[in-house]
Design a protein around this ligand. Structure first.
Ligand code: MG
Length: 248
């Protein structure tokens, strides 16, 4: 069952979301050639402490870090480590926090440095746009699959593919609540969207084929064809007048 949130609950998620957006901005400014993903994780940990929030990922089913850092062909769930980012790399950061019992979840992708290939720029723009197209469907009387279909249609018409193995989700007192929100599917099927639902919508877009493998660490998903992948995510509330992004 999809949990409907009260105004007070949405306000709490929004509070977490606001802090999450601030921390995202701090991380974005620190992404440059030479920094390691482990240093970005440390920076995130410092920020979580400063704002007195808890990482939603650290310890989640044993995840060892505070944020996910996925580089180039890594799709999601990259584990921060000593890898130095290079000019031209593509970095996705996924971060979630818990504040006062409520979660917010967001992700962004950024190219490192200045040597950014045009096809990488296009991948970033298409994924960001796909997220907006999905969010725009998060309206009363639409259905969950309208979000999925809008994302898939836009991504595939742009020449890229959507990952099947990982999906968006409801969010609130739990990091992952019902419903699952795939980034593919037929429109006008699945559950009806009503006021007070809160979703984490998160297209993962591959430049090549949609297939992924999981690395030996048991976490990190990489594209099977080793081509780059991109990820954007926002936590979104469905209100009377339409979707409201809580993590910006
Ligand atoms: Mg998520």
């Amino acid at each position: 069952m999809i949990k409907i949130k009260t105004k007070e609950e949405i306000d709490k998620i929004a509070q977490a979301g606001k802090i999450l957006a601030k921390i995202s901005n701090t991380l974005k400014k620190s992404i440059k050639p030479g920094i390691t993903t482990g240093e970005l994780d440390q920076l995130a940990q410092n920020e979580f402490q400063r704002f007195d929030v808890v990482s939603a990922f650290k310890g989640y089913r044993g995840f060892p870090a505070h944020i996910c850092c996925s580089v180039n062909e890594e799709v999601v769930h990259g584990i921060p480590n000593g890898r130095k980012l290079q000019d031209g790399d593509l970095l996705s950061i996924d971060l979630g926090i818990k504040l006062d019992g409520y979660y917010a979840d967001a992700a962004f992708t950024q190219a490192v440095g200045n040597k950014i290939k045009p096809n990488i720029k296009k991948l970033i723009n298409v994924t960001r746009q796909a997220l907006s197209k999905g969010i725009n469907q998060a309206r009363i009387n639409k259905r969950i699959s309208d979000i999925s279909s809008a994302i898939q249609g836009y991504v595939e018409s742009s020449g890229f593919s959507v990952v099947r193995e990982f999906v968006g989700h409801g969010i609130g007192r739990e990091l992952h609540e019902e419903p699952q929100i795939p980034n593919f599917g037929k429109p006008n099927t699945g559950e009806l969207i009503t006021e007070g639902m809160v979703f984490a919508i998160e297209p993962m877009v591959n430049m090549g084929s949609w297939q992924v493998d999981i690395l030996e660490n048991g976490w990190t998903a990489v594209t099977k064809d080793k081509m780059p992948s991109c990820h954007f995510e926002h936590t979104v509330a469905v209100l009377k007048d339409g979707p409201v992004i809580l993590t910006q």
